[in-house]
Ligand binder design. Structure first.
Ligand SMILES: Cc1cc2nc3c(=O)[nH]c(=O)nc-3n(C[C@H](O)[C@H](O)[C@H](O)COP(=O)(O)OP(=O)(O)OC[C@H]3O[C@@H](n4cnc5c(N)ncnc54)[C@H](O)[C@@H]3O)c2cc1C
Length: 232
């Protein structure tokens, strides 16, 4: 862990499977008064018994939810840190080092195009909540690629946000949808069509999606300063 950024103890207060392979973990920070982060930033979580074992996890809750922070973690079979966190019980403590990263909101007066795949929704959830807290009349669209209906993370929450804020729209894109799915199919890259020249683009998810979407934006003459990327 980098020494310049502080490490905090946090107690697990809730755990919930929100997809077959994804857990939403809620933590309450001890000494929260000195903990700060900006929406979109990430933390490093590691095993104290294994120095150098840390992994990055985006904080998927908004700063307004402090002293609680949430993480949306895909559980990999044999994954050192995802399984370490998943095995923890409510009331257990873990070490959280934060904040890191610059995947944050800049100018709130522009329209926003968010693009996520899978748990890439994590920092975008924090950005979306914060954007509409600060600017209820903001303009944002989310294109969210997942495998199938079971992996539609935060579906009810996104529906509620869109109901509350006229300027927010969202579209799931399913790569392995059931026959009854009436929404978008395939990959998010195929559905980035109405590219707004004055928008800020925030992309988070797997490297191939980011590469493809970036190429499409660049081909539409979007400036690199308007394209914000976090990938894993
Ligand atoms: C800035 C940043 C933010 C991140 N935020 C999140 C987040 O919010 N939620 C989240 O779930 N993850 C996030 N990650 C990924 C996370 O840091 C870990 O890489 C991931 O949880 C795997 O760690 P692990 O210790 O469980 O698995 P490891 O022990 O590192 O790996 C075990 C096995 O899991 C498989 N595996 C690991 N990573 C991947 C992958 N990306 N794709 C396919 N297979 C893989 C491989 O087979 C690997 O051999 C983020 C990464 C970065 C860089």
């Amino acid at each position: 862990m980098s020494q310049a950024v502080p490490t905090y103890k946090a107690v697990i207060t809730a755990k919930q499977m929100i997809a077959p392979d994804t857990m939403l973990v809620t933590l309450k920070l001890e000494a929260p008064e000195s903990f700060t982060f900006k929406a979109g930033q990430f933390a490093e979580i590691g095993r104290p018994d294994q120095p150098g074992s840390t992994r990055a996890y985006s904080i998927c809750s908004a700063p307004s939810a402090l002293p609680e922070v949430e993480f949306c973690i895909r559980l990999f079979p044999g994954g050192m840190i995802s399984q370490y966190v998943a095995a923890k019980k409510i009331g257990d403590t873990i070490d959280v080092q934060a904040p890191f990263g610059a995947f944050t909101l800049e100018n709130l007066d522009t329209p926003f195009q968010f693009v996520a795949t899978g748990t890439g929704i994590a920092p975008l959830r924090s950005l979306l909540i914060t954007l509409f807290e600060k600017k209820p009349e903001g303009q944002a669209d989310l294109l969210f690629g997942v495998r199938d209906e079971k992996h539609m993370l935060f579906e009810q929450e996104l529906a509620a946000l869109a109901k509350k804020h006229k300027g927010f729209s969202y579209h799931y894109v399913l790569s392995q949808a059931s026959e009854t799915w009436k929404g978008l199919r395939g990959y998010v890259t195929e559905h980035i069509d109405a590219i707004q020249p004055d928008a800020q683009f925030y992309l988070c998810g797997n490297p191939q999606m980011i590469k493809d979407v970036k190429a499409k934006l660049v081909a539409h003459a979007i400036a690199s300063s308007a394209i914000h990327v976090e990938q894993w």
